[in-house]
Design a protein around this ligand. Structure first.
Ligand code: GLP
Length: 241
């Protein structure tokens, strides 16, 4: 793909198609800068469908996000819940319970991770899963080292990830929550189809490693190589590594 806009359009096309399938499992969604143009393209494409099709998609929508920071309320503008409310839930006219995320304020985050995984399993597991790529090779918040059998859990974020995500926290890595709840590779690899979305020159080095190195714990995204239906959708800058 030539650029991030082309990537966004292609990913939005696939999500749009998936959300029109009669029998479909929940959609797996990601946050992050990579997803902002994707969700903008999705809003645009869904808005071009007939009112009947839009209503059918609204009625049937159920998505599970990958992760959430521990300690942030859903209405905290820095939370992933707030990101999803801004990007998709409110613009598409969805109810809050149709766009699910782990509860960052749960008193027992480990128990919340278990509850979230149980709710996902009860809903049938994931159909189409969107993934971004962390600068250290994480997907969701599965920080290295991380095996393919890692379940949904609460974990410590690495200094690299807190630095990568400091932008939403006034540029202060120390203000980024120290822990998060994330779906594990177990739930991600059980999705029917995975789209790994990667844009920008800053991701070129890590994307090359993910594509070329044999799977190993220090590069969590490398475990995606074992999935039968994974597609990497990247722009030229990310593929130039
Ligand atoms: C974040 C999120 C991931 C996201 C990745 C890339 O920390 N937990 O789900 O895909 O890192 O983020 P970005 O798209 O902002 O580069």
């Amino acid at each position: 793909m030539p650029d991030a806009q082309a990537v966004a359009t292609a990913v939005a096309d696939l999500v749009c198609q998936a959300q029109q399938a009669a029998l479909r499992k929940p959609l797996g969604l990601a946050t992050g800068r990579t997803m902002e143009p994707v969700y903008a393209a999705l809003r645009l494409q869904l808005g071009r469908l007939s009112p009947e099709k839009q209503q059918a998609i609204r009625d049937g929508w159920l998505s599970f996000n990958l992760d959430e920071y521990v300690g942030l309320a859903a209405d905290d503008p820095r939370s992933f819940a707030a990101f999803m409310a801004d990007q998709l839930q409110r613009p598409l006219g969805l109810r809050a319970d149709q766009v699910r995320l782990p509860d960052g304020l749960a008193a027992d985050p480990q128990a919340e991770a278990h509850r979230y995984a149980t709710a996902l399993a009860a809903a049938g597991g994931l159909g189409l899963q969107l993934l971004g790529l962390g600068g250290n090779g994480h997907v969701g918040f599965n920080e290295p080292p991380c095996g393919a059998q890692s379940p949904c859990r609460c974990l410590e974020l690495s200094p690299a990830t807190r630095t990568q995500n400091a932008g939403a926290f006034g540029g202060d890595a120390g203000a980024v929550p120290a822990r998060a709840i994330t779906l594990g590779l177990v739930e991600i690899l059980a999705a029917e189809r995975i789209l790994l979305v990667v844009t920008g020159a800053a991701k070129a080095g890590i994307l090359r490693r993910v594509l070329e190195e044999p799977p190993h714990d220090n590069l969590p995204a490398s475990w995606l190589q074992g999935h039968p239906a994974v597609t990497v959708i990247a722009d030229a800058a990310a593929l130039a590594g």
